[in-house]
Structure formats: C-alpha cells, structure tokens
Design a protein around this ligand. Structure first.
Ligand SMILES: [Mg+2]
Length: 272
C-alpha cells in the first residue's frame, strides 16, 4: 500500500504524462541525453545509442514541428555524433553552446575556458589513475566514475583552483565535477529557446536525470510546463517520473503514435 505522499506523486506524474499525451502538439520537448535517452556509460565515449533511437527522435521532432531540443552537458558536436546524420535543436555544455534550428550554426554563448585554467584542471589526472578530464569549449568535466574514492580530494583541489577565476564555478553531476561559467545552465538555454519559434507559444516539457537538469526542470515548471525526472543516481524512485532511460524511450514511442495520428487526421481533414 502506498502512503499518501507517494500516491500524490504517482497521480501527479500520471496527470502530467496524460496531459502531454492528450494534446502533444501544444507542447515543446526538451530532452537530456545521458541517463535520460541512453544509459550512463563508464566514460562519455563509451555510451551506446540503442538501435532506432535517432529515427525515433527524428519522428518526434517532425511531429512537434521541430519544437524538440536536446539539452546536454556534452558539446553539440559530440551529441551530433551520437545521432548522426540527425541534427536537432540542441543546447550543449550546460547552455554555453546553442543551435537554434536543426540545420543552423552552433553559437558559442560563453568564451572558451582560459588556457591557464585548462592547464591547472588537466593536472588533476595526476592525482590517481581513472580520473578523466574532458575539455568542452566553454567548460570542463572531471570524471571520477573509475576512481570514486578520489571525490573528496578532487572536490578540495578543484575548489582551490577555480577560486582564482570569478567567472567560473564547480557544479557536481553523476560521478563528474564540472567547471562551468557562471550564469549559464540548461535552464537559461530552455528559457532562451522558449522565446523563439517554433517553441514560443507552446508549453515546455523537460525530461532529465541529473543535478545539471534541475535548472531546466525548474524553468519548464516556471513557464507553466512540466519537469519530468528519470530515476538513477540523482533522483530516487520516489520522486522520479520514469524508472529508466528505457522507460523514457517507451514513452517517446507512444508519443510518436499520438503525433502521427494527429498529423493523419490533420491531412485528412485540413480544416478540422
Ligand atoms: Mg543526464
């Protein structure tokens, strides 16, 4: 038997999901990638994209009139490689890179990380084997999934390094510490896209699984939309709307059915 709080969460989630399913063309969709569309891998390069996922995303984008954006901590070029040849509206490196149209240019919203900061952060790989430092244009990621015992020392060292750069801050993620410019997040990117067609006039639905998604989940809700959480290392099952990335993909396939059904009705009855 579920307690009352749990029942509330479950019924609220069902209401949100049914609202989107009832009239999907009213909504704009924002999707995190790692942990949301695909399972988290030991390193970013080891991520496996399930067969058919790129085609699914293309069909969702078509059904939503391109009001579908990927919202990722990866660089946009890295996201493109996962789903090639598909290109979607994408915000990369936590809102520091943006492509506002599927075939548009990638705009760097924040300057690259200064080389002195890059060098200082790169030296953290010397602390222990298994620490991976990723240079991502306007940000950097220090992955410690393969050396979890180093987290306290990494926290201290990185805080000490980044303290010298006012424009940057350290943000935690799933077995990663990110060095990012202040004032940019998945939330700021979502807000910016929602001011532009084809997103403007729709309600945002953000789906994410991690600390870095919180800003976009909150922004979607602030704009009258919905933030949906995927269970994993950050969100426990009690607060999550999806149990896994596989659950999100199953939801997307139902959404495609609804979108294509609406489209068929629109074509058969253009004035309906
Ligand atoms: Mg994620």
């Amino acid at each position: 038997m579920l307690d009352t709080g749990m029942q509330d969460i479950v019924s609220t989630t069902r209401a949100h999901v049914s609202a989107v399913m009832a009239d999907p063309a009213r909504w704009a969709l924002f999707l995190d990638i790692d942990g949301t569309l695909i399972d988290v891998a030991p390193t970013p390069d080891a991520a496996i994209v399930p067969r058919g996922l790129a085609q699914m995303l293309g069909r969702v984008a078509r059904g939503l009139g391109d009001a579908l954006a990927l919202s990722t901590g990866r660089r946009i070029a890295a996201a493109d490689r996962l789903f090639a040849p598909l290109k979607l509206v994408t915000s990369g490196v936590h809102g520091t890179e943006l492509r506002m149209a599927p075939r548009g240019e990638v705009t760097m919203l924040a300057p690259p990380v200064p080389s002195e900061l890059v060098q200082a952060v790169n030296k953290l790989t010397q602390m222990a084997g298994g620490i991976l430092v990723e240079q991502k244009g306007a940000g950097m990621a220090v992955h410690y999934r393969n050396a979890p015992e180093t987290r306290p020392a990494l926290d201290a060292e990185l805080a000490c390094i980044v303290r010298r750069w006012d424009a940057f801050e350290v943000r935690p993620g799933r077995k990663v510490l990110e060095v990012l410019p202040r004032g940019y997040s998945k939330g700021t990117a979502l807000a910016r896209l929602m001011r532009q067609p084809p997103f403007r006039g729709r309600l945002p639905v953000m789906i994410g699984d991690d600390h870095g998604d919180e800003s976009a989940l909150a922004e979607a809700q602030r704009l009258g939309g919905v933030g949906l959480r995927v269970a994993g290392e950050h969100f426990g099952p009690a607060v999550a709307d999806f149990d896994s990335a596989a659950g999100v993909r199953a939801w997307l396939s139902v959404l495609i059915g609804r979108l294509e059904q609406q489209r068929a009705i629109g074509q058969a009855w253009p004035n309906a």
